[in-house]
Design a protein around this ligand. Sequence first.
Ligand SMILES: Cc1cc2nc3c(=O)[nH]c(=O)nc-3n(C[C@H](O)[C@H](O)[C@H](O)COP(=O)(O)O)c2cc1C
Length: 344
Amino acid sequence: MALYPLLRPLIFTLDAERAHRLTIDALKLLPAGRSTLPHPRLAVEVAGLRFPNPVGLAAGFDKDAEVTGQMLGLGFGFVEAGTLTPRPQAGNPRPRLFRLAEDRAVINRFGFNNQGLAATSARLARRPRGAGIVGINVGANKDSADRIADYATGVRTMAPLADYLTINISSPNTPGLRALQDKAALDALLAAVLEARGDSGPPVFLKLAPDLEPQDIDDIAALTVGRMDALIVSNTTITRPALASRHAAEPGGLSGAPLKALALQRLRDFRAATGGAIPLIAAGGIASAEDALARVRAGASLVQIYSALVYEGPGLAARIVRGLDVLLAREGFASLAEAVGSAA
Ligand SMILES: Cc1cc2nc3c(=O)[nH]c(=O)nc-3n(C[C@H](O)[C@H](O)[C@H](O)COP(=O)(O)O)c2cc1C
């Protein structure tokens, strides 16, 4: 892990998707670990689950749940696999993943490439339970005639295997998917998902786009409080703040440093709209312990990272965890929970 600064220039000469595949294959060589609890101050309970620390791996890195144990072993407090669709799917034509190194950003238009529910449930069924928190993020097939039914299928199939489920209606790379964030569609989707989950299933989180208007935010808040167990704010953006890289105009979702301000603002918006009545999970441009604490203070109980891993390497989660513990102590917080929303 300490070698990452040396390896990075080499990795960056490879096509981004190929580098990602090699990374997953290399991670498979590590022993599967489990998140430990060296920082009791950082343990936090959300939706009835006890997270050893609040720093999670965001969806999309380990879509097919190939290295969940290895990522927990690297220090993540939880790992979100997926997005998984009911049937396997090839996704969009390549190239579809771009590093924007000058901007510390990534653009992707994968379009839910994944091995499907059956392959991944078989893999997840083999993992030891109780070895750390693994959430499963589910979506709809691109050519599905009934997208809501796809989410219900994902929830029903994965409920016995997941510590939590995430309903992802915020990918910009499946045409029309984000329309499920609209009021009437969202209401129907939530009803179907909750019925599929049943009374004894795991908690269900909803993952949102940062590209929402104030009215959308109010509608989503009204529909989800009391029904969903947490909101994840946010997915990638289709907007393009000023970017320096030659890949800036590639279509797809933008993540990493240029998403940071927008994702923080949306987190604040959702905190204001929900008044703290539902747990919030922050994602988007988080790259340091300071970034993580800012989200916690704005109302997040947990944070997730992806793009910063590309630039900072696999040791990043452990560094953020250690740094966050130091920052909380310095600012006089006895526990993470005390800091949640302290700036809201
Ligand atoms: C290459 C790539 C693939 C992604 N795939 C998914 C996905 O399948 N499902 C999902 O919910 N989010 C996906 N995301 C979004 C991330 O989970 C996260 O919400 C977003 O990238 C913002 O966090 P970051 O700035 O730390 O990357 C993906 C992001 C990237 C960069």
